[in-house]
Design a protein around this ligand. Structure first.
Ligand code: PMT
Length: 418
């Protein structure tokens, strides 16, 4: 399941099928997703917010001006940006009409205008309402706009009618949502990623390191796995667990990271060097803890091997993506690194900004490749990672033409549908 660690915003509108959404929340949470529920006023006539709060473990919102919501730092803009996907289940005919016309008279419809995440609707209504020309036309308009429809199913309805308009069952919605994250952009490819910091020991208790949390590299590993790749992650010491299906090789020092990369790089098509590898290490590691004997102490340092440059120098190299962490003149230094290290692509983050880069939840990247550039605007690292994986898939497909016509087609199809 790709739903682990995904942020799912579940909208619930007024309809008897709202009772099925309680089961859906339970299944989403079981699949490892974080769920936030937003209800319309009419939905509350069918199921209480308390039910969803208990199942999701998070406060339920329905009004832009909800005090409890604001207290959790989740105003409507934050909530819209938080979501990896928005699913409205059940979606009433009225909500379909409202979304078609861009209405924003409650929290749910407002969120749908703000979010850049994919939106999916699970319609549930009487069969006559579903087949009404107005609803049919509205659905066509929404589909053209890229909004997905999960269902409806047909069968016996709560009102006694028989026909199309029953909401999909919870497990069907779960599968459809899961499918949304399987892009197929890297189907069948092997991807090696480095993440986190390295630690260069000074003595048995001290080391040189940096503030890398590993979040960016781990998010890339999940995004590459969701895109269909088989992923190996060489990770410095971090407080994170690699996602399901990702093979993780833990290391401490730059030298260990280099050895692990050498062992695993041979069968890879893509190498992404996201680790913040220490550029220098102490010349000698002291066998005992250094005593506080003098006012000053000098440490002699020596350069660490440049892992990404070594991979890029190989005669049969994978597609090599580097990162550049810069505090000034980011474009100039990123382009220099792209050329000097002979990379296929470089993702530059301006780490002078405390909201981005090292040890933060968010990032923003300027991505360069020979003759091209793309900006990934500030967002949560999992979303930035998906954007970068998509760019990598596009570049990989266009530079490795013979066997990758299918990959390029998948990437293009995906972009048209999103
Ligand atoms: O881990 P997070 O808290 O989520 O933060 C993410 C990040 C800021 C660490 C990440 O986005 C990032 O920028 N990683 C690269 C950090 C870095 O070392 O940048 P650099 O400009 O010093 O290095 C350039 C490139 O060379 C990088 O791809 C780096 O992995 C590689 N390198 C550097 C030194 C070295 N000895 N070997 C290398 O392979």
């Amino acid at each position: 399941m790709s739903l682990a660690n995904k942020n799912i915003l579940l909208g619930v509108t007024g309809g008897i099928a709202a009772y099925k959404s309680a089961e859906l929340v339970r299944e989403l949470v079981q699949a490892g997703a974080q769920v936030r529920v937003v209800m319309t006023e009419k939905a509350k006539a069918f199921v209480t917010p308390l039910t969803f709060q208990a199942l999701s473990g998070a406060p339920v919102a329905s009004d832009e001006f909800d005090a409890p919501q604001a207290e959790h730092g989740m105003d409507h803009i934050t909530l819209a940006r938080w979501a990896d996907a928005v699913l409205i289940a059940p979606t009433s005919a009225n909500t379909i009409a409202k979304l078609t016309h861009g209405g924003a008279d409650d929290l749910l419809s407002t969120l749908c205008l703000v979010t850049r995440a994919p939106i999916a609707l699970a319609p549930a209504m009487n069969q006559a309402m579903w087949s009404h020309p107005a609803t049919r036309r509205n659905c066509e308009t929404l589909k053209k706009r890229g909004i997905l429809l999960f269902g409806p199913a047909s069968g016996k309805q709560a009102c006694g009618d028989v026909g199309e308009g029953r909401m999909f069952e919870a497990h069907q919605l779960l599968l459809s949502l899961d499918h949304l994250f399987h892009t197929g952009e890297l189907d069948g490819l092997n991807v090696l990623i480095t993440a986190g910091p390295t630690r260069e020991p000074i003595d048995p208790v001290r080391y040189i390191s940096n503030r890398s949390s590993g979040r960016m590299g781990y998010a890339l590993a999940e995004a590459a796995r969701d895109a269909g790749a088989s992923v190996e992650l060489v990770s410095g010491p971090v407080d994170l667990r690699a996602g399901e299906g990702i093979h993780c090789v833990p290391v401490n020092t730059a030298e260990e990271m280099l050895q692990a990369v050498r062992r695993h790089v041979d069968h890879q098509q893509i190498f992404i060097s996201c680790a913040a590898v220490a550029d220098y290490r102490p010349v000698a590691r002291q066998p005992d803890k250094i005593k506080k004997l003098h006012a000053d102490l000098s440490l002699e340092l020596t350069r660490n091997p440049d892992i990404v440059a070594e991979v890029a120098r190989q005669p049969r190299r994978p597609f090599v993506v580097g990162f550049a962490a810069e505090t000034r003149e980011p474009e100039k230094y990123a382009l220099q690194k792209l050329e000097r290290k002979q990379l296929d692509m470089i993702a530059c983050n301006n780490v002078a900004d405390p909201q981005c880069g090292f040890d933060s939840e968010e990032n923003a990247l300027e991505v360069y490749w020979p003759g091209g550039h793309h900006s990934l605007e500030q967002d949560r690292k999992p979303k930035i990672a998906r954007g970068l994986i998509r760019l990598i898939a596009e570049r990989y497909a266009s530079t490795h033409k013979p066997g990758n016509v299918t990959v390029l087609k998948k990437v293009k199809d995906r972009n048209q549908n999103s």
